[in-house]
Design a protein around this ligand. Structure first.
Ligand code: CA
Length: 512
């Protein structure tokens, strides 16, 4: 589908056009959409992988066993605010304008919220929001910015106008953020208008850094050794001259910022001991914080069961992006590499989604809003949304002409974690990344171009991206095809390099 309509199109035109085309159901299902912050798919038991034997997420795994797990779900821009903007608008960063952490989404452009209300849902946004403007939901209680792990303040819908409506709940002073936002969601679920179905967006702050867990998890994994990824130590041919030495690290490689600093590892340790200690502390903190998310999901599910709503509630679990957990000696996200690019996506919908099913089709977070709209009864998706509804896939069908490739772009050149700006394409078989290395006009990007370059990974033979095969003779033809596909995809999605003369100059020199 060609993208035709600009972000400036009044949302109301779309809402009016849709208002006559709702499904008529005797009883609408409720929708519980749960999203965590930086919860990588490979830190979920149901996704398998090296961490699965640690049983990090029993409750999420149970949802997966009763629903559909998407193996190839990706984000379009692996960083918090842009991912959330894509979720609420159904648009890629270059269209909704939220390319970096500095972006914001005004209430009138929070399309998903408006359209779910239009569909007859009572709507709520609880937890991490990060879009700066007032949420356009019937009810909200959101953490300002990143929010605090302990004793959090929230901004709550009510008499006091945004953004002065901050509130610290009495009795919450020693409570962890994951427990607090779940308490608030449970209270809202108990007190809501029960004449309408609910659409609750329940967003955990966890397990975002600095990975602070509730005290009750301090014992967890205490006596265990967390399995390491092979690429923590051995890098046959990962990366390129465009990424050499970049990105923050587990070990001492990045002197400015590494996980050893965050985890207070003794700097006098040798390189190997320093990295090993930093990795163990990092993963234990992260997984303890993840367990707090999972246990709170268990509380929400228990409530749905106790109140007889479990079979009439669609449950979605995802994260705003993935996270590097020591792969290639990286921490954080931002990269288009698999662990950062992939997001978990699990959907339970009794009677519609087959229990224990999975899909390997390429989906991305621009599809989330269109999917939620269709789950909520909208027959069609407005043209200004760029994603595609996953409802046919959830019903067990493979839609004709489903996307063969997903587009990615990271704009915050060299900010915070030293990652150069890049864009790329991922198909079922390959990933091609162009590191253009320019800050362009992305607010928050750090000035100064870096060495441009390409990376190509053959995911059929190299799922962990250990070998950049760009430039190898055997891959010449496929590289040309992927570059052409990348250009077509950019054109299709309306991401135009021509806006940036300096980028066009880099392309002229480095494209071929
Ligand atoms: Ca995030």
């Amino acid at each position: 589908m060609k993208f035709r309509i600009s972000q400036n199109l009044p949302v109301w035109a779309g809402i009016l056009a849709l208002s006559l085309s709702l499904q008529s159901w005797a009883e609408r299902p409720n929708i519980l959409f749960m999203m965590s912050d930086d919860h990588a798919a490979h830190a979920i038991g149901a996704y398998g992988g090296r961490l699965a034997p640690l049983n990090p997420t029993p409750n999420i795994d149970k949802i997966a066993s009763e629903g559909m797990l998407f193996k190839n779900a990706f984000c379009a821009n692996s960083i918090c605010t842009p991912s959330r903007a894509t979720l609420i608008t159904g648009q890629y960063s270059h269209v909704n304008g939220v390319t970096t952490l500095n972006g914001r989404v005004e209430p009138e452009r929070q399309y998903l919220a408006h359209l779910m209300k239009e569909a007859g849902y009572q709507t709520a946004m609880i937890g991490k929001w990060h879009l700066k403007e007032e949420p356009a939901f019937d009810y909200y209680s959101v953490l300002p910015g990143q929010g605090s792990y302990f004793n959090p303040i929230l901004r709550e819908a009510g008499k006091t106008p945004w953004p002065n409506n901050t509130k610290r709940y009495s009795g919450y002073d020693s409570k962890h953020s994951s427990d607090v936002v779940t308490d608030i969601s449970l209270r809202w679920l108990k007190n809501r208008d029960k004449t309408k179905p609910f659409f609750l967006m329940h967003h955990f702050k966890a397990p975002h850094d600095n990975f602070e867990n509730a005290e009750r998890y301090d014992w967890l994994y205490q006596d265990e050794t967390i399995p390491e990824p092979e690429s923590l130590w051995r890098e046959p041919n990962h990366g390129s001259s465009a990424t050499d030495g970049m990105g923050t690290s587990i070990g001492k490689r990045n002197n400015r910022r590494n996980m050893g600093h965050h985890m207070f590892v003794d700097p006098s340790l040798d390189k190997t001991a320093y990295k090993r200690t930093a990795y163990q502390r990092y993963l234990k903190k992260y997984l303890r914080t993840v367990r707090g998310v999972d246990d709170n999901i268990g509380r929400l599910i228990a409530h749905l069961k106790e109140t007889g709503q479990y079979e009439n509630t669609i449950i979605v679990y995802t994260s705003d992006q993935g996270f590097m957990l020591g792969e290639h000696d990286y921490i954080d996200k931002r990269w288009m590499y698999e662990e950062s690019h992939r997001v978990p996506l699990i959907v339970r919908y009794p009677g519609v989604v087959a229990a224990g099913s999975h899909s390997s089709l390429l989906v991305n977070n621009s599809d989330f809003a269109p999917t939620l709209l269709q789950l909520g009864g909208h027959k069609s998706v407005p043209d200004y949304m760029q994603g595609h509804s996953l409802l046919p896939i959830l019903k067990g069908n493979k839609p004709a002409n489903w996307r063969k490739a997903t587009y990615y772009r990271y704009w915050m050149h060299m900010a915070h974690h030293d990652n150069p700006a890049h864009y790329g394409i991922r198909t079922q078989e390959y990933k091609l990344i162009f590191f253009y290395g320019l800050p362009l006009d992305a607010p928050g990007a750090q000035k100064g171009p870096t060495q441009p370059g390409w990376e190509l990974y053959d995911l059929r033979n190299d799922p962990h991206e250990m070998h950049n095969v760009y430039g190898q003779v055997d891959y010449k033809l496929v590289t040309e095809q992927l570059k052409q596909e990348l250009l077509e995809l950019k054109e299709d999605l309306g991401d135009r390099d021509e806006k940036y003369p300096e980028l066009m100059k880099v392309r002229e020199r480095f494209w071929n």
